[in-house]
Design a protein around this ligand. Structure first.
Ligand code: SF4
Length: 367
């Protein structure tokens, strides 16, 4: 039997644009919901033919809570009618603290959502304003406690670090606030800049960034959270099953404008990326690429080395070479190559180097 896939749904609506953000989103409006549903129905019809089953479902965005609960419900029900998502192990929705309403919470329970991810980002008012977020610190607390009262037992808080004006002290304060709330999962993302963002907010000091990266680990691991991926920490047993599908290079389907997917079609490993236009999405416009064995291998190395499990390297010669050339950045354990703290800090460069070692070995696929 084929392994179940992960399902992602991009809700492309946000009430306002955060200063650093390049995710695709538009302002909520009735006519745009109609275009969205039109495209979604097309995508569902298309994917139904494959007979995929899913065991994780992640609704992100955008801001899923920027749309009225009724619209949200209709969208999820349309998906439930078409795809096999009746036996989900994990069903997550992302929420923004200021737009989460009581009605959303009741609906999330009714729909069987069992994991909530809150976009908190910082616990300092000035920092939230600087980032262009629409919520305040009080909103985070309010949303968190309401979700707990409603019985949600698996909550993630997203935190951001590495932006101008943030200091080690202010990051430490934010982390302490998060730890006091005691969510099951914490994501700490380093702010990046991509073309299309309103402003470049990056803190351009490599040393401070490295110290922030270390501070995240020290404070969170001292409080019972284990890092299982470069930016993700969880209490034991609360690792995100959906996100692990991406890092473990498993197959997933993404629905909605700008979403992407990766699946096996016959013998072809296909990746697709949906358009970032609502009008084109309604016509299901997307781009495909077929991954070559070399591309697949490089991706495999890039993704798996992000995690605490690293990557299995079967060939002893390659393991030996990795040890010789990258011993400072890696741990070799039971046939696996795992990046240590130093390696994770420069993950992209190290994973590329591992790829080069594979290539220079003369054989392409060993994992
Ligand atoms: S960061 Fe989130 S809430 Fe802000 S604009 Fe981007 S998708 Fe919307």
């Amino acid at each position: 039997m084929r392994k179940p896939l992960g399902l992602y749904l991009h809700i492309p609506f946000c009430n306002q644009k955060c200063n650093y953000c390049t995710f695709f989103s538009v302002t909520p409006a009735e006519e745009l919901y109609n275009l969205y549903v039109k495209g979604l129905r097309r995508e569902l019809k298309f994917f139904k033919q494959f007979g995929f089953t899913f065991d994780t479902f992640f609704v992100g965005g955008g801001t899923p809570t920027s749309i009225p609960p009724k619209v949200f419900e209709d969208i999820i029900k349309i998906i439930m009618e078409e795809l096999a998502i009746e036996s989900l192990k994990e069903f997550t929705v992302e929420v923004n603290p200021e737009s989460l309403t009581d009605d959303h919470i009741v609906l999330f329970k009714d729909l069987g959502i069992n994991r909530i991810s809150i976009g908190a980002q910082s616990f300092i008012e000035e920092e939230l304003r600087f980032l262009g977020r629409s919520h305040g610190v009080k909103d985070i607390h309010k949303a968190y406690y309401k979700l707990r009262e409603a019985g949600f037992k698996n909550i993630n808080l997203d935190i951001m670090f590495g932006f101008k004006g943030q200091s080690l002290k202010s990051l430490g304060y934010t982390l302490e606030q998060v730890i006091q709330l005691a969510p099951e999962h914490i994501s700490t993302y380093s702010l990046s800049y991509e073309k299309g963002a309103i402003k470049d907010l990056r803190l351009n000091d490599e040393q401070v960034l490295a110290s922030m990266f270390t501070l995240n680990k020290t404070l969170l691991e001292n409080s019972g959270y284990l890092r299982y991926e470069i930016s993700n920490y969880a209490k034991p047993g609360f690792e995100s099953l959906h996100n692990l599908k991406y890092w473990m290079h498993n197959f997933y389907i993404g629905l909605g404008p700008s979403a992407s997917g990766y699946y096996l079609n016959g013998k072809d490993l296909l990746r697709y990326k949906n358009t970032r236009s609502m009008v084109k999405y309604a016509k299901m416009e997307r781009e495909y690429e077929t991954l070559s064995p070399e591309e697949w291998l490089l991706e495999e190395i890039f993704l798996k080395t992000r995690t605490k499990w690293g990557i299995e390297v079967k060939d002893e010669r390659i393991r030996k070479k990795i040890k010789e050339e990258l011993g400072e950045y890696t741990i070799l354990k039971e046939g696996r190559v795992i990046l240590n703290d130093k390696g994770l800090l420069v993950h992209d460069a190290i994973s590329l180097k591992i790829g080069e070692i594979y290539e220079s070995s003369g054989k392409q696929i060993y994992v």
